[in-house]
Design a protein. Sequence first.
Length: 379
Amino acid sequence: MSTATNALTTTAAATTAAAPAAGTTTARTATAGTTTAGTARSPFRVAVTADAARPDGNSIHGDLGLQRLSEHGISWSVLPSYTDPVPLADLAGVHAVLSLGHIAFDSRTVDHAPDLRLIARFGAGYETIDLDACTRAGIVVTNTPDAIRRPLAVAGLTLLLALSHKLLAKDRLTRTSDWAQREHYRGAPLVGQTVGIVGFGSVGAELARLLAPLGMKVVGNNRSGRHAEAAGLGVELLGLNELLERSDYVVLCAALTPATEKLIGAAALARMKPSAYLINIGRGKLVDTDALRDALRDGRIAGAGLDVFEPEPLFPDDELLTLDNVVLSPHSLCWTEDFTRDVAASAIASILAVAAGERPDNVLNPEVFATAAFAAKGA
């Protein structure tokens, strides 16, 4: 872990230290924790990626609850700079990384981080983490799928309602005092309309629950063609082509993999109804953006609601920024206070578990526990 002067390091005795006072920014030196027998041991050390955190541990998401680490005798510091991949020197002596964004962790990094036991993702996506390489290196990888389920589902519903009610256009009419044009922006119906959820998993199931009181029918698609909650929620699982043809709103929740990159391209968009809307709360690369621009410009679909893009951020001259039938959000629509609280708590719980020699929840590579590399790290 880097010892750069702008990185804040905090720690506490294992059972007695209090969280640092609010506003404290002075760096402190980590002290050794103690075992139950009272013998000194080196403290568990955590590095927080600098892509979304400031040196004092505050982040663009809000309070990450890092004081819980201090209360358990765990030292932490924010890496001195946002560098992708993380310099190997910054991982020396680091036992866990709290990865706030999408920094790459592949074999070039994890094979040369002998102390690293855990990569805890703040969020659900992990496409930039090589799980196989981490497993070979004895590194546990976790994410926070339960904590993100409701905020992400609400984000999808928000875009759906904004599109169906033509909220962006009506906002513009109001701001320009052009009320005479409002007759051209009547909203679309909701009752009886079909919402197709691509990548129907925990977020999709939560979205289906939110849509039920609105009288909307939900169909889904996923890789396995099965989901434990689908039948109970009245969700019919379909092939992708049939879902696209039947849906009035297509919501993308799928994980990004080589198989799903540009899943929605020109052919898929051509299967959608001209009156249908595309909503993407998954990953920008799920969509062929060039094909989407063409479909929106030519009126082959009614509109789109996008919280994710390729690239991020969009270039200032991107046509998507000028289209009246597109609602945009800068990959942050689910960032709410409860999102930060619950996601942070889940990620911190993973760190605390590994530091205590326990198996955390939400492990993405459970096979790691049977490896000699994991055993050798003493986790």
